[in-house]
Design a protein around this ligand. Sequence first.
Ligand code: CAP
Ligand code: MG
Length: 420
Amino acid sequence: MSRDVYKGYLALGKAPDPDSHVLASFYFEAEDADNAAQAIAAESSVGTWTELKTMKPQIRNSLAAKVYSLDKKKGLVKIAYPIDLFEPSNIPQLLSDIAGNIFGMRELENLRLLDFELPKAYVKSFKGPAFGLEGVRKMIGTQKSRRPHWGTIVKPKVGLSPSENAKVAYEAWVGGVDFVKDDENLSNQKFCPFEKRVALTLEAKDKVESETGEKKIYAPNITAETNEMLRRAEFVKAHGGNCIMVDIITAGFASLQTIRNANFGMPIHAHRAMYAAFARNPKHGIAFAPLAKLARLAGVDQLHTGAIVGKMEGAKKDVLEINDWLRGEWFGLKPVFPVASGGIDPLRIPRLLEIAGTELVINAGGGIHGHPQGTRAGAKALRQSYDAWKKGASLEEYAKTHKELAAALGKWGERKLESI
Ligand code: CAP
Ligand code: MG
C-alpha cells in the first residue's frame, strides 16, 4: 500500500472538543507506526486503501477521523472521530465504526480498543438503565444498609428439570440469598422448558417471600432470537416476574437495545459470556471497559465485571476501575450494579469485600450448591462469612459457633487464594 493513501489523518496536538468528537484510544503493533496509526483513522471513518475520485473536500473535512496523540514506543494512539460519523442510539453502528474493519487491517499486527469517551449528546440519545443500582437496592430494601446483594446461579449449569430448578432456587432464597439467576447457557432446552421453569421458580419465590417477609429477585435467562426474547420477557412479566437476564455479548447489543426499549419495567441482569474472546488478549481485541460503557448505554441494571478473587480472568485494578465508573455519574444515566461472580465461595467473601467494598452483587454458584450440607447451608455460610467480616471476626473464630461456615471451611479451606 502506498504510504500516501493514509496521509492527512494526522493532527497531533490537543484533544479535539469532547462535545463534538468520540475520542478513542487504542494499543497497536505495526511495522510502520506512522502509517498504521493513520490507516486506523482512515479505515474507521471515511478512507480506504486507495485515493478516491469520489472523495470531496467537504467529506474529508467534516467526517475524517484524526490521530491526535501517538506514542510509538508504547504503541498507543488516540483518535478523534467527528460526532456526525455516528447515528444516535445505534450501538452496532458505533462498533462497526471504531471496532470494525480496523482489527483485520494488514498494516497492523495487533490492535486493541482500550477505551472511548462519548459526547454528552450522543450518550443522552440512549435510555440507559431503567432501575440502576439504587432501583435494584430498593427492590430488596438495602438502600440504607448498603450491604452487598447476595446471589446464586442455579447449578448444575443445565440439566435440572423445572421443578428441580425451582427447588434449588427455593433452598438458596431460604438460606439467605436475595437473587437467583439462570446460568448463561440455560435457555429453553427440552430438559427444562423456559415457561415451566419460570412459572415454578416464581411460585417458589412467592413462597419464600411470604414465609420470610423478605423480597427476592429471580432473573430467568431470556437469551434467544430477539422476537423470542421479547416474548419470553412478556411471559416473565405476565407471571409476576421482577427481573430478566440477557447474555448481552452473545445476544448482541442490538437485541439488548430492543429489550430495554420495550420498557418491561423489570431490571436487566447482564451476563457477559463470550466477552473474554476479545477482551482477554492484552494485545488484540476490545478491552472490557468499552463493553461496560456500551452495556450501560444500552440500559442494563446489573453487569458482571469480574470476581477479582475468583476463577475468571480480570485484573483487580481494571475490575475496580470499571466498577467505580459503573457506579459513577455519566451524563445523567443511572449507575449500574456491578456483579462479582465466578469461583466465589464463602471463604473468599472477606477478601473480596476488603478489596471491592459492598456496593456489589456477589454471586456464588458452586460456592453455594457445592456446600457439603447442600444449597440452603451454602447460602447460610455465605451470609455467615459476611456477618463475620462485619463483626471483624475471623472466619475460623466465627465458624466455631456457625456450623454451615465450619463445613464450608472444611471443604474449601485449602483453596489457594492467590495473594490478590
Ligand atoms: C459462576 C458462573 C458465571 C461466571 C461468569 C459460571 O459460577 O455462573 O457465569 O461468574 O463469569 O457459569 O461460571 P460459579 P463473570 O460461581 O460456580 O463459578 O462473572 O466473570 O462474567
Ligand atoms: Mg454461569
